[in-house]
Ligand binder design. Structure first.
Ligand code: CTP
Length: 470
């Protein structure tokens, strides 16, 4: 097979040879792909096929491709129509390829009519009629059983979550549950999702999986009931307030053979994965310190600004800030110190958690009523990584060194506004058994966070008691 990566193109325009180029993912290779390639070849003498990388497809919003690129390229090659296969991995590549390969005809299926007319400046553009009745998306949906999902809790995040599910194939929101009638009705009316206010068992019986987005203090009970009913669970953070309960819930999920995932969305972002890989690559030397900060001054009256028992800075944002620490330094810290500043109503408006490891330190900082520079700094013996706010929606980061002129900047793929679609796609992949090993956020890491949450809760209750006595 003649395969050339996008980086090693050579320029040639063979005399008298009419060259055609086409592109696609060619996932779950089907008749429509075969017919497209057959007719593309007929448009000239030499056919080049660009096959997309997973990375490029993720950037285009295709998050659930099933075949790896090697398989997709093999399938294109097996048709016998392609004379050469190249890899497509970035926007704008088509213009470069057409010029560098000396292309005469660019072709794609008719689902793209008009979209690539700008290429007429470089070559002929032909849209071939699409083969009716078949597509990779439909095949993926057939292959993967669609996950019927129910949303528990219809507060602020539920509409955002609902919207993001539409970008992930293989999942459909079929219902919602909220015992509070007003909120349930508003959600049902606005989003046309049947929302029950009672009969929780009935709600569960109609779904394969649930997303728990109810108030923090209700998470663990909903999680337990859903798992016991054999449902997969994605739960907003913090899933529980105690170590023991977290252990118990993961054990229960294991026993019932269902997926249990804590919704710390940063863990599932491609950019955050890349940041962790770069940090672990040794480029900044030995990691000695991590400072992770997340602060937000919420609107007056919101739960995070007022609920002194079950909300506040650390319970709302602490999971984000602990995540890079546990991912890069592990869970076996030697010592932990938790310090908070409290607002008049008793909530922690600012909390700092200091972790001491064997010869390493880290600080997780959360604010809900105090504003600070919300950045992530990972310091090493050779340099440091700086991810600016909002680093928890990782879109890029710098690797910096002693020499201030030496800065490596990394840009990351990030689709949508809040990154939820990556978490949802991971949940669907896990349910379908196609997510591979569990490494983005392990049960052990989630349990370690619950342990810190428990220590924080004990300390805050003591302090609140003392303050109320004064
Ligand atoms: N194609 C076609 N007829 C089909 C499906 C695809 O002619 N029934 C063409 C597309 O127009 C494109 C090429 O095949 O030129 C590769 O398409 P690709 O996007 O990989 O396949 P789809 O089935 O359209 O994939 P998806 O459902 O993921 O969009």
């Amino acid at each position: 097979m003649q395969i050339r990566s996008a980086g090693s193109k050579r320029s040639f325009k063979s005399k008298g040879m009419k060259k055609v180029i086409t592109y696609g993912s060619f996932d779950l290779f089907h008749k429509g792909h075969y017919e497209l390639l057959r007719r593309a070849k007929e448009l000239g003498d030499y056919l080049i096929v660009g096959v997309t990388t997973e990375h490029f497809d993720r950037m285009r919003g295709k998050l659930n491709l099933m075949d790896p690129i090697r398989v997709r390229m093999d399938n294109v090659w097996k048709t016998g129509f392609a004379d050469e296969i190249i890899v497509e991995d970035h926007d704008g590549q088509k213009v470069e390829d057409i010029q560098q390969y000396g292309i005469d005809v660019f072709t794609l299926g008719s689902d793209w009519v008009g979209r690539f007319d700008y290429l007429k400046e470089y070559c002929e553009v032909v849209y071939l009629p699409r083969t009716a009745g078949v597509s990779s998306s439909a095949l993926r949906d057939e292959k993967l059983k669609i996950v019927r999902l129910g949303i528990i809790g219809t507060g602020r995040i539920a509409p955002r979550f609902l919207k993001e599910t539409s970008y992930v194939s293989g999942i459909e929101v079929v219902g919602a549950y909220n015992p509070e009638a007003d909120s349930a009705k508003a959600f049902e009316d606005t989003y046309q999702v049947v929302t029950r206010t009672d009969d929780f068992e009935g709600f569960l019986s109609e779904v394969d999986a649930v997303y728990v987005a109810s108030p923090n203090e209700t998470h663990s009970e909903y999680v337990r009931s859903a798992i016991e009913a054999g449902k997969h669970v994605l739960c907003e953070k913090p899933m529980t307030f105690t170590y023991d309960e977290a252990v118990e819930l993961y054990k229960l999920a294991d026993k019932r053979d269902v997926v249990l995932m804590e919704g710390i969305r940063t863990a599932y972002l491609p950019g955050f994965q890349q940041l962790l890989s770069v940090a672990k690559s040794g480029v900044i030397g030995e990691i000695c310190d991590i400072e992770a900060c997340f602060t937000r001054i919420g609107a007056p009256g919101t739960r995070e600004m007022t609920d002194a028992k079950y909300s506040g800075a650390f319970l709302e944002y602490g999971s984000y800030t602990m995540l890079p620490i546990f991912k890069l330094m592990g869970k076996n810290y030697k010592n932990i110190e938790i310090e908070s500043v409290h607002g008049k109503n008793g909530i922690d408006i600012f909390t700092k958690v200091h972790f001491r490891y064997d010869n390493k330190v880290a600080t997780a900082v959360a604010g809900a009523g105090v504003k600070s520079e919300g950045q992530l700094v990972i310091s090493g013996t050779e340099g440091y990584i700086l991810a600016k706010s909002p680093w928890w929606l990782t879109k890029g980061f710098d690797v910096r060194f002693e020499d201030p002129n030496k800065v490596d900047h990394y840009e990351a793929t990030f689709q949508g506004e809040d990154g939820l679609r990556y978490e949802i796609a991971e949940f669907v992949r896990k349910i379908n058994g196609s997510a591979g090993a569990d490494y983005k956020l392990t049960a052990e890491e989630s349990i370690a966070m619950a342990d810190v949450v428990e220590k924080f809760m004990v300390k805050r209750r003591d302090l609140q008691r003392r303050l109320s006595c004064e």
